[in-house]
Design a protein around this ligand. Sequence first.
Ligand code: 1HE
Length: 260
Amino acid sequence: MEKLTYLTYEVRENVAILGLNRPEKRNAISDAFVEELALLVRRAEDEAKAGVIYGHGPHFCAGLDLAEHVKKTPFEGVHGSRRWHEVFGWIQKGKLPWFAALHGAVVGGGLELASSVHVRVADDTAFFALPEGQRGIFVGGGASVRSARLMGVARMTDMMLTGRSVDVNTAETWNIVQYVVDEGAALEKAVALAAQAATNAEISNYAVINALPRIQDMGADDGLFVESFIASFTATSPEAEERLNAFLNKKAGKVARPGG
Ligand code: 1HE
């Protein structure tokens, strides 16, 4: 593997673990950083069955590299934004379920990256903001689509207009994060959840991450129609037959009660 500059990468229990690794700049995302992320997302699809993204240093991610951005022409800015959309799209609608372990600042493009994964775990040091309004810019890494669908347009509008920063408990109430853990425990929890997801049938995971966001954007009648075909297609896979028979033959676990 060639030398990595902006991220760390390892695979454990079928889980690719990507660490944002530019702590001296609070993991601010430059063009070269995005390209390394792109490479590793693709590598993870070949080498793992689930992925986790976390941040080295005191914060998850401070968003767009403003020092680089300030030197760009408007058109370069458009291309940069479109590249983020492409790469974050590989995360959101690719082959793997992705999990994020969040701590410290999850702001601007950092929140956009976190919004592109499927499950977010945050420790109680995490805080969330969209400071683009204060910087004289707009979101460009997918927040108007992904973050707005998580928290709702009214809350995102408030964050952008007033510079509101929200703590982890508010973020959970707002559906920005799904799990809140003690300081320092987010990575371990995210890896455990990803390892669990990695044991699912690949076709089921693929349907969950690729079909659900699309169906959410359809009308109800169209969504139900598409759902019936995906349900039927996945159920006829050899893996489904094996798993269904394993349960019927009492060789697969029952659904556990919460906490059980
Ligand atoms: C940066 C960046 C950055 C830090 N680009 N260099 N994002 C923001 O507007 C967030 C800006 N950052 C902050 O508010 C703070 O840095 C933090 C709350 C995240 C962290 O504070 P702290 O006290 O831990 O660190 P620091 O001292 O502010 O920063 C350490 C260094 O990182 C410092 O550089 P140094 O050379 O003086 O040591 C900072 O300048 C640098 N740094 N954040 C470049 N973002 C595709 S569109 C997405 C649009 C956006 O993401 S806009 C939101 C951008």
